[in-house]
Write a protein that binds this ligand. Structure first.
Ligand code: ATP
Ligand code: MG
Ligand code: MG
Length: 548
């Protein structure tokens, strides 16, 4: 059900249904298959598919595949997988702009015959210069006065592949002095001798975005063509073409603000370069703002949907704090993720008064707020690992974790006290000696004495090694430069911890579910895991640790 008044686009849709302007809403999500989808696309997907769901309409997935030099089947496949992963479905409504190439071509001949389009032999550079500027009107092309016959002949020969790339274009004949530069005889077709993933070598001319997009909307009976604000100035052209052409329906275009995020670049050009130049391991690198990256990082799709819902849909561009996305992820995982223990940077501890060879099973809860998730057994023994950071030999005043002579609680286990420190020849602490108090089993002392810290730990024998990857922002600049992004890359965006320890049940769990490693954050198994060598990604830490 639609939330009335939830945003201006939903208001328009509701009004169009109420006034019976439309009996059924049809939207579309129209990616160009020239890269993987990112979180900005998720906003558009949630908007288009969301409106279709809420108003009992439908949403098409349409590949805007009009530029064969940049498009690949890999992108077509990943886009479908990512839309599904986000929780949306186009049913049988999967379309390709390339399926309309014949019709678009025929309509272009129609424009020529009506005197509304002409073949221009100016170079790309000349066309650009003669288009003018915001303050200067454009200049008519010397080829603008060609006869219909000459234009038809040249356009047909462009189609059959007679001319080289860039030698001619087809332009709409509108007005070179129009205040809106998009109306200064926009290019409708360009020559491109390139093989297309779907139409092969059939075409050596391809339609421009402006020509293909609105007509594809019209062919599919799209009622509300929702796009980002940079297309607002293209709307008069969108409407001009719909007016001139014998289209089967008249969609309307509406624009909303694109998503921008702090510490993030959402431009396919930049994301492509990050992959090509090896700044990341691939489109699904967990530091990427791609859907594939978020998924690999362990972000639940529901958290992405919640984020997109919270930021809303507005008519003015703004930059959203990436902390808001992280908040949504944490909020979701805090509810759903089972708790486990893992030691990221292990320090060995020997409990000197614990009998050699003895092993004890202790009970640990899987979720503090959800008893239905049950409990599990963890083993305690003479040799343990604790977190290196949880020990200081010479602690400052407010350090309440382990230090010589000091007592702490080991979660689900006992109080332990540090009695000795073993160092290597370099003077680094490599092992601790402790004693435990058997009377404190379960975590409380019968004599009522208190400790200020509770620490996680694992049995040395009954834990397994793992590699853990900690991710930080890919860019260290809150507003990274798209032009010179390499300078803003965060050199510490990936931290690999090769010697971590995890509970055996974590290592054997292949479900892909995200777990909370107590006190450390949320983690998910990575696809780089190998038998005996599991790899975990940190989805996110427990607290906001930056950008404050
Ligand atoms: P780029 O501009 O980086 O090449 P794009 O916007 O061209 O990316 P498309 O494949 O054309 O990518 O986008 C498909 C749809 O997603 C379009 O309707 C576009 O407006 C929308 N979209 C793209 N980026 C964002 C964003 N940051 N926020 C909201 N919607 C977006
Ligand atoms: Mg694009
Ligand atoms: Mg675009």
């Amino acid at each position: 059900t639609a939330e009335a008044g939830s945003d201006f686009i939903r208001d328009i849709v509701q009004a169009d249904l109420s006034s019976k302007r439309h009996s059924r809403i049809v939207t579309r999500f129209p990616p160009e298959p020239n890269g993987y989808l990112h979180i900005g696309h998720a906003k558009s997907i949630a908007l288009n598919f969301g409106i279709a769901q809420e108003f009992a309409g439908k949403c098409h997935l349409r590949f805007d595949d009009t530029n064969p030099t940049k498009e690949e089947q890999e992108y077509i496949d990943s886009i479908q997988a990512d839309v599904h992963w986000l929780g949306y479905d186009w049913g049988t409504d999967l379309y390709y702009a390339s399926d309309y190439f014949d019709r678009l071509y025929d309509w272009a001949e129609g424009l020529i015959k009506a005197g509304d389009a002409y073949v221009d032999d100016q170079s790309q550079e000349e066309i650009r210069i003669n288009r003018g500027t915001l303050t200067e009107p454009g200049k008519n092309s010397p080829f603008r006065g060609r006869t219909v016959e000459e234009n038809l002949d040249l356009f047909r020969r462009m189609k059959t592949g007679e001319f080289p790339n860039g030698s001619r274009v087809l332009r709409a004949k509108i007005d070179m002095t129009a205040g809106n530069i998009n109306l200064r005889d926009p290019v409708l077709y360009r020559i491109l001798h390139a093989e297309h993933p779907r139409t092969g070598t059939k075409w050596s001319i391809y339609p421009s975005y402006d020509y293909a997009h609105g007509q594809s909307d019209a062919i599919e009976g799209i009622t509300h063509s929702i796009c980002t604000l940079e297309f607002e100035d293209h709307r008069p052209l969108y409407d001009w073409l719909l007016e001139k052409l014998p289209v089967p329906s008249k969609p309307r275009q509406y624009e909303f603000a694109r998503l921008n995020l702090t510490y993030t670049l959402l431009s396919k050009r930049v994301l492509t370069q990050l992959v090509r130049d090896g700044h990341v391991s691939g489109w699904d690198d967990p530091r990427m703002p791609t859907i594939a990256g978020l998924k690999r990082r362990g972000v639940p799709p529901a958290a992405v949907r919640e984020f997109v819902k919270r930021i809303g849909v507005a008519k003015a561009n703004s930059v959203v704090d990436v902390g808001m996305l992280e908040f949504c992820i944490r909020e979701h995982l805090n509810k759903s993720a089972q708790r486990r223990m893992a030691v990221l940077r292990p320090l060995k501890v020997v409990i000197e008064n614990y009998p050699e060879g003895q092993v004890e099973e202790l009970e640990a809860v899987n979720h503090p707020d959800d008893p239905s998730l049950g409990t599990r057994k963890i083993s305690f023994g003479r040799e343990l690992y604790i977190e290196r950071d949880d020990f200081m030999e010479n602690p400052p005043k407010k350090f309440f974790r382990l230090s010589p002579g000091h007592e702490v609680r080991l979660r689900y286990a006992y109080f332990v006290k540090c009695t000795g420190v073993i160092k290597n020849s370099a003077g680094e602490v490599v092992e601790l000696r402790c004693t435990y108090d058997p009377a404190t089993k379960g975590g409380n002392a019968p004599d009522g004495r208190k400790v200020k810290a509770t620490m996680h730990w694992l049995s040395a024998k009954d834990s397994v090694p793992a590699e853990i990857r900690i991710y930080n922002q890919l860019f260290s600049n809150p507003s990274p430069s798209a032009a010179n992004f390499a300078a803003d890359l965060n050199p510490e965006s990936l931290e690999v911890l090769p010697d971590a320890r995890i509970e055996p049940s974590v290592a054997s769990n292949n479900s892909g579910e995200v777990m909370q490693f107590e006190r450390q954050g949320y983690f998910v198994r990575d696809k780089d895991s190998a038998p005996g060598k599991p790899v975990f990604n940190r989805t996110i830490g427990l607290r906001d640790t930056f950008a404050k």
